[in-house]
Design a protein around this ligand. Sequence first.
Ligand SMILES: *Cc1c(COP(=O)(O)O)cnc(C)c1O
Length: 360
Amino acid sequence: MNRVLNFSAGPSGLDISVLKRAQEEFLDYHGMGFNIMEVSHRGKVFDALHNGAIEKIRKLYNIDDDYAVLFLQGGGHMQFAQVPMNLYKGGVAEYVDSGVWTTKAIKEAKNLGINHRVVASSENDGFTHIPDDIKFSSDADYCYICSNNTVHGTQYRAYPDTHGAPLVVDASSDLFSREIDFKGNNIGIFWGGAQKNGGPAGVTLVVIRKDLADRVKDSVPTILRYKTQIESNSLANTPPTFGIYMLDLVLDWINEKGGLAGIAALNAEKAKTLYAAIDASDFYTGHARKDSRSAMNVSFLTPNAELDKKFVAEAEAENMIGLKGHRILGGLRASIYNAVTLDNVKTLVEFMREFERKNG
Ligand SMILES: *Cc1c(COP(=O)(O)O)cnc(C)c1O
């Protein structure tokens, strides 16, 4: 077996121990003679798994009963619409534009015809950093940010103050990567698709302060109301049962790594190693401003597009995949999500040095 070193931006790699456990349980889940995907989402067995996963997430993030933990479908793109449909009260929704994913969310607010305001943007600087002067209003219906900008490789060190308004966080690409204080940050909704740090595509984790779900108007379709899913514990329709099972295995693995604090320390070490290699060289240039650098997605360039292409091809020949930059940014991107090890990063850094020696 020749497993690749996987630097893909999403879906991304899973730890081999998680995959092996899924393999062991594939034909026979806990001695029951079926795969978990073959049984009812309303049966006892799935119920225990489902509620166990919710408990693990509550413990990891220290989330209390004021919040509901939901497993939805439709990915990040559905949240772009579902957030304004459920939270907008007729006042103003405030957004920070930090790149591709917030631009899409803002476009969706526009499509829905809600009154919204972009309070800060780094577009004029090519989204190379988290916008500097973020001033949210205390009376905003909600304040929207993207925690980690997957394409540009930027990440909030700390979330901005909303002065009491609910903060909505797209955490798709740094889910389960560090500790987050929900109450301290006034978090109203915190969501992310599982496919970057939590397992296969198809499950979206949505953590929502329950009182916010009461805002929804009757005109919103039943299945698009958070309230519907809170009241049915995410079982208003058939949930992605196998995806939730895989997520649960990933949660166990995160706990083995010391929970979010342990994972965050590993992630910091990996990021430090890779950025140090970029900074030590005149050949590679990092995309993000240093104070905004992401610990998850490292976007960088060689001196020209030809060499970028060559880099990707030669890396692939060395068993390293997923290093091509996003199509709108070009260049290179190494996504170093939770399942990428420090050793994997060191192997990449060695390859980078060798590539520079030959082509610099
Ligand atoms: C991947 C990603 C999305 C989109 O997720 P889908 O599940 O493909 O809809 C949204 N926001 C961020 C920050 C992402 O990285």
